[in-house]
Ligand binder design. Structure first.
Ligand SMILES: [Zn+2]
Length: 93
């Protein structure tokens, strides 16, 4: 009688609990995998460098920080460009 009780009631409960914890663990691990990937992308724009002095791009008028700018010396004056394209445009002008 006790054996039937174990097989009919406790065993299904045990299997159900194991399956439930298994699926819960699977969903949790999926969530943990996807979460760091979302955090890896910074919320701010990648082109904007925090801090540093801003210089105006003479070609397109964009303000770029000195650390992130493309520089070129013209007549002894150091110019800052937002991109190589702007630097080349300035050279061509
Ligand atoms: Zn530019």
């Amino acid at each position: 009688m006790l054996r039937y009780l174990i097989v009919d009631i406790l065993l299904p409960l045990l299997v159900f609990a194991l399956l439930r914890s298994f699926f819960r663990g699977m969903f949790r691990s999926k969530r943990e995998v996807s979460r760091p990937a979302q955090q890896a992308q910074p919320p701010s724009q990648p082109n904007v460098v925090v801090g540093g002095e801003l210089k105006k791009d003479p070609v397109c008028g964009t303000y770029v920080s000195i650390g992130a700018s493309v520089t070129r010396t013209v007549d002894g004056q150091l110019l800052h460009f937002c991109s190589k394209e702007c630097r080349d445009k300035y050279r061509a002008a």
